[in-house]
Ligand binder design. Structure first.
Ligand SMILES: NC(=O)c1ccc[n+]([C@@H]2O[C@H](COP(=O)([O-])OP(=O)(O)OC[C@H]3O[C@@H](n4cnc5c(N)ncnc54)[C@H](O)[C@@H]3O)[C@@H](O)[C@H]2O)c1
Length: 298
């Protein structure tokens, strides 16, 4: 009989851990990993600048922070544009007077606009597919969000952090697909391996500036992205297209032994992300943490 592990309490926080710190979060829509991190960081005293393309869900994150007595600002924008990333950082500095910490969580798994509900039937050309059947649009859209978006974001953030001369810390979100392959998801796997590369590169280039850069790389974490992916897998199986990403391995070590086979929660990810952004991680840079319940262990 397996004994489950109690997940991180969504209400837990360390008082004042990020007092007087400004945290910039991309992909901060409510119920996402970025949203949970923003909410917990605000409880811990951070002023949080929240960016996402999903207006309603982004505003929900900021409203929740304000309702709990925290400080947050929302900016709805598409980070695939370099100018949008530059503008977002400039706004953060204008509103909060600077920037200390960053979580780059924005990302997509398929080539659809993430702010629109999934319509697999009418967007088959944008869905994950093995290389020989993948379309240019699928490839370019995923790469644009997951590589160009994070490059533009990091460039704008690092320009500000370097100019401030006060150090800082960045956490990028990669994936198990940034460490190993993920069946049926060539653009996602390639783009997340690029996040690993950007993280390691930036760790080297910005150590002289006292800026630490790390990544977290999760398996199934129960957010809108995963619910969308599960719907996609079910749809693909029903269509006789195969089971894609769930075809070889469908659970992490911990998930396999959970009585309800649960994935990670966004709060479990937020706890590690905030540790990496905190002073307790003062000796950690260039690390690509497998926050994956043991997925990449076997
Ligand atoms: N949930 C998982 O199981 C899982 C597993 C591995 C990696 N990840 C990664 O974790 C990160 C966070 O994802 P999540 O699970 O919270 O899913 P999510 O879909 O809830 O959050 C991602 C957010 O990024 C936003 N976004 C995407 N492209 C954007 C763009 N160009 N501009 C602005 N915002 C944009 C989306 O609107 C969305 O709100 C992603 O990078 C994802 O690839 C998630």
């Amino acid at each position: 009989m397996s004994k489950g592990i109690t997940p991180v309490d969504p209400n837990s926080f360390f008082a004042n851990r990020f007092k007087n710190q400004v945290l910039f979060v991309t992909g901060a829509a409510h119920s996402s990993i970025g949203g949970a991190t923003a909410i917990r960081a605000a409880r811990e005293g951070a002023k949080v600048f929240c960016v996402d393309i999903k207006a309603d869900k982004l505003n929900q994150t900021v409203q929740e922070i304000k309702a709990q007595g925290g400080q947050a600002i929302a900016l709805v924008t598409d980070l695939c544009e370099a100018k949008a990333a530059d503008h977002a950082v400039a706004e953060c500095v204008a509103q909060f007077g600077g920037l200390n910490l960053v979580l780059n969580a924005a990302g997509v798994m398929d080539g659809n606009d993430p702010s629109r509900p999934p319509d697999f039937e009418n967007t088959t050309h944008l869905l994950p597919a093995a290389i020989h059947t993948a379309t240019d649009e699928y490839w370019h859209n995923v790469m644009n969000s997951n590589i160009n978006g994070i490059f533009y974001s990091m460039r704008a953030q690092l320009r500000q952090l370097v100019a401030q001369e006060k150090g800082g810390a960045i956490v990028n979100i990669g994936s198990i697909a940034g460490i190993i392959g993920l069946p049926g998801n060539p653009a996602y796997s390639a783009s997340k391996h690029a996040v690993t590369g950007l993280t390691r590169n930036a760790a080297i280039d910005y150590a002289p500036f006292g800026i630490r850069v790390n990544s977290v790389n999760m398996a199934q974490t129960d957010t809108p992205m995963v619910f969308r992916a599960m719907e996609f897998v079910k749809w693909a199986i029903d269509k006789g297209m195969g089971s894609g990403m769930a075809s070889f391995k469908s659970a992490s070590l911990l998930s396999a032994h959970e009585p309800d086979k649960r994935g990670a929660t966004p709060w479990e990810q937020a706890a590690v992300i905030l540790f990496l952004l905190s002073a307790d991680a003062s000796n950690i840079t260039g690390a690509c943490y497998a926050t994956d319940g043991g997925w990449t262990t076997y």
